[in-house]
Write a protein that binds this ligand. Sequence first.
Ligand code: C2E
Ligand code: CA
Ligand code: CA
Ligand code: CA
Length: 275
Amino acid sequence: AKKAGPGTVCFFEQADDRLSRDRKALQSDLEGAIARNELFLVFQPFLDLGTNRITGLEALLRWQHPSRGLVPPSEFIPIAEETGLIHEIGEWVIRRACASVAEWPEDIRVAVNFSAAQFHNTGILQTIVQALADAKIAPHRLEIEITESMLLSKYGSAATVLNALLELGVTVALDDFGTGFSSLTNLRKLPFSRIKIDQSFIRDMLVQPDCAALVKSVIGLARDLRIGVVAEGVETADQLECLRQISCDEVQGYLISRPVSANGVLALLDTRKYR
Ligand code: C2E
Ligand code: CA
Ligand code: CA
Ligand code: CA
């Protein structure tokens, strides 16, 4: 490799410093974000293609920063994970999501995203039990979304945590399906209620025949295993029609609805369109 001159090194170091200073600032802001009421949840619905009804909503975290405006989760979740703040934030999300679902009709579930560190923290079970009790909701109305990388992580046996969650009556969905390794093996071995096919496959489905074939075979396998399938990131009517034809159970995406505020959920459920 070519050796960089002193000037170049200096430039990169400065850029690097600026980046880490920015990150540190964001990090210290994030520490007080819950107390300052800057975090909130938005909710994106799942539509059942068989009944044309909304069956639940996924909670997606937002941070309204006092000077930066809305910071996307892709920017602050990694910071929360690195600093350990994710435990406190994750607990807040679970409690808020449970309190929200308590206000919705009883056949509607809420799905919550988990980070690896949360998933492998045994204290999480007690947190969930308490949140369910405080919100007075049945455990099956809460779904936890985890990704495949969490199954391969260094922490320990994913099966133990999964089974403990299922014993509580909480369901577990495998998020971003198809983007990790050994997807099909995971499906056979672990007790998922549902898989969510990653939006990259849905996006390419009508452009690349391979993708459509893959989505179709995943749906077939899931049906054999009695696991539900959600297609993520549905943006066009053509995608929806294709998913209908290959008997996908549920869809989620901008075509159905963008994420809506907590106040917007009941209005969404009330609109005749999907109920
Ligand atoms: P995810 O769980 O895969 O969530 C789906 C993301 O795709 C969301 O982005 C959603 O707004 C977006 N999306 C939904 N429909 C469409 C569509 O039709 N087209 C396109 N292009 N995008 C669509 P968002 O809200 O920015 O969240 C990004 C990621 O941040 C999530 O990916 C999840 O991994 C993470 N995240 C969000 N909330 C939480 C949370 O409470 N805890 C944790 N640990 N992670 C979270
Ligand atoms: Ca998710
Ligand atoms: Ca996803
Ligand atoms: Ca994702």
